[in-house]
Write a protein that binds this ligand. Structure first.
Ligand SMILES: Nc1nc2c(ncn2[C@@H]2O[C@H](COP(=O)(O)OP(=O)(O)OP(=O)(O)O)[C@@H](O)[C@H]2O)c(=O)[nH]1
Ligand SMILES: [Zn+2]
Length: 208
């Protein structure tokens, strides 16, 4: 039997880089080498030799959100929802971001709710919107507001509520060094803002 390799038809196949990992330009690698040296280590020692490439690729992944407009995930809309007109909530969505001040990890979970007005999306799309904005350099307040606004602008719902709870690496591993401390932010729009009972209902479904 003849086996066809996945790479047989790939003109770009590079035996030096069989996994096709993204190239990291020299100036990026040099910047990381400079940082390693400045932090007190030797970028030429065995264990650190490939680190500038790895760090470059890791940052491409951490910042994948810049490659897309998260609104694209809300373009496939289901208009036939069988008369469903109650709150839709996705909660405990884990996410990772990086703070724009220290580029340190922000690790947390989000709850995203909306009250549909004819337009409903596949539930995974709410998490995709979150990750699209989280995979950038962020502050938690802006991340929360951007997710809420994106849903508001694209689904024309009656209401949107986004609550994010996260720990900031820049507060745990450095600086004030206070592990375990959590930051909570919310952005509430439409009927959840204007109507007390709607607001209470969504907050209680979220567990707040
Ligand atoms: N509001 C807000 N602040 C954040 C967020 N992430 C990090 N920070 C804060 O950004 C602030 C930056 O403060 P600076 O005084 O400029 O920086 P710094 O000297 O490193 O501050 P310390 O962290 O207190 O050591 C710090 O208080 C961080 O805790 C975020 O998502 N939202
Ligand atoms: Zn920070």
């Amino acid at each position: 039997m003849n086996y066809v390799s996945a790479h047989d038809h790939d003109d770009e196949f590079d035996p030096e880089n069989p996994m096709g990992k993204p190239e990291v330009p020299d100036h990026v690698q040099n910047a990381i080498r400079t940082l390693i040296e400045w932090a007190g280590d030797d970028p030429n020692r065995e264990g650190l030799r490939d680190t500038p490439k790895r760090v470059g690729r890791a940052w491409l992944e951490y910042c994948e959100g810049y490659k897309e407009d998260p609104a694209i995930h809300l373009s496939r809309i289901f208009e036939e929802v069988g008369g469903y007109d109650e709150i839709v909530l996705l909660k405990d969505i884990p996410f990772q971001s990086h703070c724009e001040h220290h580029m340190a990890p922000i690790i947390g979970k989000a709850a995203i709710a909306y009250l549909p007005n004819k337009k409903v999306v596949g539930i995974s799309k709410l998490a995709r919107v979150l990750h699209g904005y989280a995979q950038r350099l962020q502050i938690q307040e802006r991340l929360t507001a951007e997710v809420a606004q994106c849903i508001w602008d694209n689904l024309d719902p009656h209401g949107v509520a986004v609550v994010i709870e996260a720990q900031h690496g820049c507060m745990t591993g450095r600086g004030v060094k206070t592990p375990g401390v959590g930051m909570i932010t919310s952005r509430i729009l439409g009927c959840f803002l204007d109507n007390d009972s709607s607001r209470k209902e969504v907050m209680s479904l979220m567990g707040y």
